[in-house]
Design a protein around this ligand. Structure first.
Ligand code: VG1
Ligand code: CO
Length: 581
């Protein structure tokens, strides 16, 4: 922000409200809007390095004196938005969301922001925030979320900065924010009463305006512009039954408005639809382990035709058919292959991007469509440049993340609506659509095994042990029951962004076999407790007669090789993953 140089950074030192920004500061006094800007002395925290998706820490860490303020000031200092800019602010409604929003508003006012658009109740799903940033051409936005991590006083909190394209800040910005956080000596905050977040309307805070907006409407309108709502309404009207599990997280109000109100699904089609600060004590991660209520419904005798769930901040999706789970990597491929059925994509897609650990199912579709397929590191921030440059339309990650260039975040309800649009057009069960897809393109049998809350040392040593083996592995043959796996190549994945040339290294260890089967090892960058090891397993099966096997069975040999190479049991004491996808 273009602000006067800080005077002595003394706690509580009061400075007349932006008097140098407003030479006629007296006008503000006459309007009764004089604000005092406090310049509060602080000392840096050394651990404010954003991970895969923003800064995520325990609530108790965020609540420590100056912790949130320091990070937010580091963001303001780094982005250097022109005075009077508009920012978007909202979160997933988890515990401490409201308090953090009030602090950030007062800091924005003290840092020369012109307008903040904030979702009513402090709510904005991550894709809705991206939508609002783009629609109102905001300079950027702050999203408060720890996504799929549990909430509550003992749970997690998080914050991330998104740029004017609506997407997560790229690494060069997050690195700069981190660097600034390590040298910070003061932050700015105004004295002002809290804003009434529950009432839509405009509020003045010093020279800044706070607009409390409907968090759902802009997003729901965007969805309606992309998909054939009439066809989906007809499908549902014809007796097709669906169940959407909002997991007591942010998508409840969005799903009710879109699925129940605009598309006519009967009341109750959305379950756990009231956002709760602690997500009802659950783990708002839409997978087969944590969305167990939905899984039970979809595997019951009288299961609905379609089931879906989203995560804490609304950017992930899990798609289920009757007694059937759609692997997220397959979901991306099916959406790509059927994209032109949705009005917003009728002209075809420019290309696809997937994160490295995501299966190559989408690559096969891209090849057939004659469009490029890009392989990026894990995290949505790596897709932004490709979408901005018009190189790709669809993006996906194996971690239940799918999206397109309609916003710059992955988008849970968007994926659900895409599937409903496909189902409305094709009138086949979910399982049948996937089986036909495999028969046409081949099946990339895929699974991810997560080992959560490992001691950080043990996890780091395991990765180091794998890394030293990489040079010697090529050519090595592993015996197994169904044939042999011979290692073709291995590496520590690195990526050079084709648009701006930025380089990211150390993005996961890959061991690729002669037949394209793969094992990938990565440590999570979103956890707050110990380390989470992710082992990604993939084998290709072209023969339709052998495609309908259980993934764990088909991958058993690769799982064995992964355990052997990593000395998993010796190093971690674990043999069974915490979560299998
Ligand atoms: C995980 C997923 C990654 C995703 C990220 C943020 O990261 O693997 O694909 O982009 O979460 O998603 P990690 O570093 O833990 O593997 V979210 O819905 O938490 O914003
Ligand atoms: Co999320």
């Amino acid at each position: 922000m273009s602000l006067p140089k800080e005077p002595n950074a003394t706690t509580g030192l009061l400075v007349g409200c932006g008097l140098s920004r407003y030479p006629f500061g007296i006008d503000l006094i006459q309007q009764g809007r004089l604000m005092n800007i406090n310049i509060v002395a602080t000392t840096p925290f050394i651990d404010q390095k954003p991970g895969t998706s923003g800064l995520r820490k325990k609530v108790t860490v965020f609540k420590a004196a100056h912790y949130l303020e320091n990070f937010v000031q580091a963001v303001f200092d780094t982005i250097d938005a022109p005075s009077g800019s508009t920012l978007v602010l909202g979160g997933d409604g988890r515990y401490w969301n409201r308090e953090a929003i009030q602090v950030i508003l007062k800091m924005a006012a003290a840092n020369g922001v012109g307008t903040v658009l904030v979702g009513q109740g402090g709510i904005l799903s991550t894709p809705a925030a991206s939508c609002v940033i783009r629609k109102y051409r905001s300079f950027g936005g702050l999203i408060l979320s720890a996504s799929h991590n549990p909430g509550g006083p003992e749970g997690d909190f998080g914050i991330k900065y998104n740029t004017g394209n609506g997407g997560p800040a790229p690494e060069k910005i997050t690195d700069a924010i981190f660097a600034r956080s390590r040298t910070l000596s003061s932050y700015r905050i105004v004295d002002a009463p809290d804003v009434a977040l529950d009432r839509q309307g405009s509020y003045a805070m010093g020279g800044m305006m706070v607009e409390v907006i409907d968090p759902v409407a802009d997003y729901a309108d965007l969805m309606e512009s992309l998909f054939d709502f009439a066809a989906i309404r007809a499908l549902i009207g014809g007796g097709f039954r669906l169940c959407f599990d909002a997991m007591h997280a942010v998508t409840g109000p969005y799903a009710r408005e879109i699925l129940e109100r605009r598309l006519g699904a009967p009341a109750g089609s959305v379950i756990n639809g009231v956002p709760l600060e602690d997500f009802g004590g659950g783990h708002p991660d839409p997978n087969l382990t944590y969305a167990d209520q939905l899984v039970a419904i979809m595997y019951a005798n009288d299961a609905p035709d379609f089931g879906a769930a989203s995560d804490g901040d609304g950017d992930r999706n899990m798609i289920l058919g009757r007694h059937f789970f759609v692997n997220p990597s397959d979901s991306l491929a099916v959406i790509a292959a059927n994209a032109t059925l949705a009005p917003g994509y009728a002209a075809g897609i420019a290309g696809i991007a997937r994160s490295m650990p995501t299966s190559a199912a989408a690559d096969r579709v891209a090849e057939k469509l004659g469009v490029p397929c890009y392989e990026t590191p894990t995290g949505w921030k790596f897709f932004g440049n490709l979408m901005d440059a018009g190189k790709v339309t669809l993006c996906g990650e194996e971690s239940f993340g799918t999206g397109s260039s309609h916003v710059r975040e992955k988008d849970g309800l968007w994926a659900v609506l895409f599937w409903l649009n496909i189902l409305a057009a094709r009138r086949l069960p979910v399982e049948e659509i996937v089986h036909r897809h495999w028969a046409e393109f081949g099946r990339n049998v895929y699974s991810r095994h997560d080992y959560e809350e490992l001691p950080s040392d043990a996890a780091a040593h395991l990765m180091a042990h794998l890394k030293v083996q990489l040079a010697d592995l090529p050519g090595k043959v592993f015996g197994d029951s169904s044939g042999n796996y011979r290692v073709k190549f291995c590496d520590d994945f690195g990526y050079t962004d084709p648009i701006d040339g930025s380089v990211s290294t150390g993005q996961g260890l890959r061991i690729v076999m002669d037949d394209g089967s793969r094992i990938v090892f990565r440590l999570s960058g979103t956890g707050t407790e110990g380390a989470t090891l992710r082992i990604y397993l993939e084998a290709f099966e072209a023969d339709p007669l052998r495609q309908l096997v259980d993934a764990q069975q088909a991958l058993a040999d690769l799982i064995g090789i992964a355990h052997e190479l990593s000395q998993l049991k010796q190093r971690t004491g674990r043999e069974q993953p915490t979560v299998i996808t």
